[in-house]
Design a protein around this ligand. Structure first.
Ligand SMILES: *Cc1c(COP(=O)(O)O)cnc(C)c1O
Length: 402
């Protein structure tokens, strides 16, 4: 007898149709896809409407790559040795990266099931959005913030709700709390905010979380936490340990301060059942044994790494102060990058940097993010930035008040 064909589907209907791009309010298309050849198969309309992925510029041998917030320091010898010694490349990794989870759990005073490891914290973000939000649901975040947020919401089929930053490029948490509806499933708070730089303060975050319904996930993305020097900045891990808001998940990464961007490893700390939901959506075995080993080795040599972080934070403060002295209106910079609100001059300014051998990250019509890189890059950045700010008209968004 022939076996029957079985069709399994979710409980939710996928409302597609003429909804291309509807997931993003008020999205700006950076790239036109209208002149691209037709896709030969049927693709979800919201996916088809996304601009094709374009890799950022690769730096030439002479250029400084200041476009991806990478750590300019080479990996420490102790880390390299441990990675080289991990030779079982024919074996799958441990599915839950248990050794790293236990190590982090011990450090933060939580149980191992309150820690979740991902192939970069972006992959955990994707899992959390996927786990909470689908068609008809809303994901709230500040804008401008990390470029991945609108994209992840759209991919989940959910609606992205973009709440404008304040004039000084900070999260407007009261406005974000006010944007919550009964369709809200997740809120992402980025502190320090990529690409503008300021942190959310602990009192601001505490007041915010008190207003958010307890069944709405709040993701606190702290990718740059180690670089923060502001005394009143929110500390996600302390927040978790404190008042017991079970709906808060904190994200951290080994990509930035720990200099392991190329190996892809990040982690979440939060309620084990929320993390179980994230784990259920994860692509299995994507955290490699090399990445886990490198993260463990980095924790072993943390003092040296933290010394590097101190160098970067000091360099950042010096760069931001000099840019302000030159006349730029640079928001408080708490990550490993500074923000130039260049507005309409953004692309022209990016070209001037490019011509000087400095690869920076322009956001057309808005501003330029410059990562704090090698010491030798600082003078060059200042020289170009100074020459341009003098040409900005009176009242331009990039001009400082001084
Ligand atoms: C860099 C970054 C991340 C993390 O990147 P991974 O390399 O995937 O860990 C997460 N959030 C923000 C805001 C970032 O800038």
């Amino acid at each position: 007898m022939r076996k029957r064909i079985v069709r399994q589907s979710g409980t939710r209907s996928r409302r597609l149709g003429s909804c291309a791009g509807r997931g993003i309010r008020p999205a700006r298309r950076l790239v036109s896809v209208t002149d691209a050849p037709e896709i030969p198969v049927r693709v979800r309309p919201e996916v088809a409407a996304l601009p094709p992925y374009k890799q950022g510029k690769q730096a030439g041998a002479e250029a400084f790559k200041l476009s991806s917030n990478e750590n300019p320091f080479d990996p420490l010898p102790g880390v390299l040795e441990r990675v080289r010694a991990a030779t079982a490349l024919n074996r799958y990794p441990d599915a839950s990266a248990a050794r790293l989870r236990e190590r982090l759990a011990e450090r933060f005073g939580v149980t191992a099931d309150a820690v979740h490891i991902g192939a970069g914290s972006v992959s955990i973000l994707a899992q959390l959005v996927q786990a909470t939000s689908g068609p008809g649901d809303e994901v709230i975040f500040a804008w401008r913030s990390f470029e991945a947020y609108p994209w992840l919401a759209t991919l989940a089929g959910a609606t992205a709700v973009l709440v404008p930053l304040t004039d000084d490029a900070r999260h407007d948490l009261p406005a974000m709390a006010a944007a919550v509806t009964d369709r809200t499933r997740a809120i992402i708070v980025c502190s320090p905010n990529n690409p503008t730089g300021p942190v959310v303060t602990q009192p601001e975050f505490d007041a915010f979380i008190a207003r958010v319904p307890a069944d709405v996930l709040v993701i606190l993305d702290e990718a740059y936490a180690e670089f923060v020097t502001a005394a009143d900045a929110v500390d996600g891990l302390r927040t978790l340990g404190g008042t017991g808001h079970a709906n808060v998940v904190v994200l951290r990464t080994f990509s930035k301060a720990y200099g392991l961007a190329g190996l892809r490893v990040g982690y979440a700390v939060g309620h084990p059942r929320i993390l179980d939901a994230a784990r259920s959506t994860a692509i299995p075995l994507s955290v490699t044994a090399l990445a886990e080993e490198a993260a463990l080795a980095s924790l072993d040599v943390e003092d040296e790494l933290i010394a590097h972080v101190g160098v970067i934070s000091e360099r950042r403060d010096r760069l931001a102060a000099a840019l302000r002295d030159a006349g730029w209106r640079v928001p408080d910079a708490q990550g490993n990058f500074v923000w130039l609100p260049a507005g309409d001059e953004t692309l022209a300014l990016a070209e001037a940097f490019d011509a000087a051998g400095l690869i920076v990250r322009p956001f057309a019509g808005d501003g330029i993010r410059i990562s704090v890189g090698e010491e030798e890059s600082v003078e060059k950045v200042l020289r170009i930035a100074e020459s341009v700010v003098r040409g900005l008209p009176e009242g331009h968004s990039g001009r400082g008040l001084a």
